[in-house]
Write a protein that binds this ligand. Structure first.
Ligand code: TRP
Length: 362
């Protein structure tokens, strides 16, 4: 919980749908580890979804619930970490308005994700909100004075904008200490050493290249829009169907021909999940299957059946946990309510500091 000695982390997701195995490998697994060492905030960034799909608000509530269940099922622990919904904290919007004066339009036009998102979402002309996406994200991060922001490489440019905004804010509105009054006493949220300013300059925590998980169709990336995902919440039947239909080594026609293990999604998944089931046999058996596959002494079906066993070994406990939380209808709401309260307290403190140094605390 709130521990001044722990560094603070903020990261999160837009509630656009269910999380899949690619999310687990790319970020969720790491978040579970981080929660022991850091004071973690996980933001469900519903306002950010408006930047590309302002018409799709009808699905948000259900998506948020699914996202929280995904978090809980993999082991994000509300007793250790704060999970909250962005739009429930009005101070985020207030801070974003202030920050929007500290980033120029050409600077934001140069953020590389802008043109990627415009292409993917088929947007010809960006709205002010879409252009300001990184500014809103800066408000998320600085609102809780996060020190570290674990994100994928694609988000690095947004953290850079956050750092620029934090520096510019600190430069324009330096914290003038009254003689005899310590920094800790003059700020509502002392935190770690922030130099002369209200805000720390947060750092992106980008994972070493763990490699992206390919789709079930062999495409480089698992993504909802490509329809090649295995969701964390899929049931056994769905897993079986998806695994048995998976793409393997296209150059191999019979199980009696030597096959390629590298870049073969079935083996990429085995490498990623055999060690996640708690059964050591799964790791050794993966190596045996690789050897046989290379030699041409095992067919695709047998390997896929093994992958199904491994994925079930990983997903069964998640399903159990998810069901426990689903059973008690009000539990998810309760977790969000408590998370929101904690985050909002931080937000209000930060806003008090901001208004003070800006001299608009009238
Ligand atoms: N932009 C992030 C994404 O699309 C989601 C997000 C919103 C976020 N606010 C954040 C991530 C703050 C880290 C910190 O994945």
């Amino acid at each position: 919980m709130i521990d001044m000695n722990k560094k603070r982390i903020l990261t999160g997701d837009r509630p656009t749908g269910k999380l899949h195995l690619g999310h687990y490998v790319g970020s969720l697994k790491n978040r579970v580890k981080l929660q022991d060492e850091y004071d973690c905030y996980f933001i469900i960034a519903d306002l950010h979804t408006l930047t590309t799909a302002p018409e799709k608000t009808g699905e948000l509530k259900e998506n948020i619930r699914e996202l929280v269940l995904d978090y809980l099922s993999i082991g994000i622990d509300p007793a250790k970490s704060t999970v909250y919904v962005q739009s429930q904290i009005p101070e985020v919007a207030e801070l974003a308005v202030i920050f929007s004066n500290l980033a120029t339009v050409p600077r934001l036009q140069r953020v590389p994700t802008l043109k990627d998102v415009m292409r993917d979402a088929d947007i010809k002309i960006p709205s002010l909100g879409l252009l300001g996406y990184p500014v809103l994200q800066a408000a998320d991060i600085l609102m809780v004075k996060a020190d570290l922001v674990p994100v994928g490489r694609d988000q690095a440019s947004h953290i850079e904008v956050t750092r620029e905004i934090a520096r510019e804010f600190n430069r324009l509105y330096p914290l003038v200490l009254t003689p005899g009054v310590s920094r800790a006493e003059s700020l509502r949220t002392p935190g770690v050493d922030m130099g002369s300013g209200v805000f720390p300059i947060p750092e992106a925590l980008i994972p070493e290249d763990i490699g992206t998980l390919p789709g079930t169709d062999g495409r480089v990336k698992m993504s909802k829009s490509a329809g090649n995902v295995i969701n964390l919440s899929d049931d056994s039947q769905a897993i079986k169907k998806k695994v048995m239909g998976m793409y393997t080594d296209p150059s191999r026609i019979h199980g009696t021909e030597p096959g390629n293990v590298e870049e073969n999604p079935v083996f990429v998944y085995l490498d990623a999940f055999a060690s996640e089931t708690g059964d050591k046999q799964h790791v050794t058996r993966t190596e045996q299957y690789k050897e046989r596959y290379r030699k041409g002494t095992v067919g695709d079906i047998e390997v896929k059946e093994f992958l199904f066993e491994v994925l079930e070994g990983f997903l069964q406990p998640l399903r159990k946990k998810r069901a426990e939380f689903e059973e008690k209808a009000e539990l998810v709401d309760q977790i969000l309510k408590e998370g929101t309260e904690r985050a909002r307290t931080e937000a209000q403190r930060t806003l008090a500091d901001v208004r003070m140094v800006m001299k608009i605390d009238y």
